[in-house]
Design a protein. Sequence first.
Length: 149
Amino acid sequence: MRCVIQRVSEASVTVNGDVTGKIRIGLLVYLGVDHEDSETDTTYLVDKVRRIRIFADESGQMNRDVVQAGGAVLLVSAFSLQADARKGRRPSFAAAASPEAARPVYEQFAERLTATGVPVELGRFGAMMEVHSVNDGPICILIESKRAF
């Protein structure tokens, strides 16, 4: 399982002209599910997203997590995070979980993250989405549950 975490001052997802999720200060999280991911991967990444300290404290140091900063999470499914572009010109998505397998993992991720006390807004799984964001920093962090890098 992989995610890209972006610290944002605002972000939203629109599908066919309808806003499905919108936050102000917080994290825009793109989540890509691998076909080999397990409960362990979900647990690891939920904890990382919830507790990563990338918001400034009163002295300007990145010492606060999203809840301490008064923020929220906008969670967006993104199978393309599982792309392998090492060979050729067209990425392979063979590692990505099928939509039928990935949807319950995405939904469980959102539920478990919400249960930690962070407000969570969602994109629409499997839809063609327009994601709008104002990246704060910019701070963008890639995290993988297998810790391959």
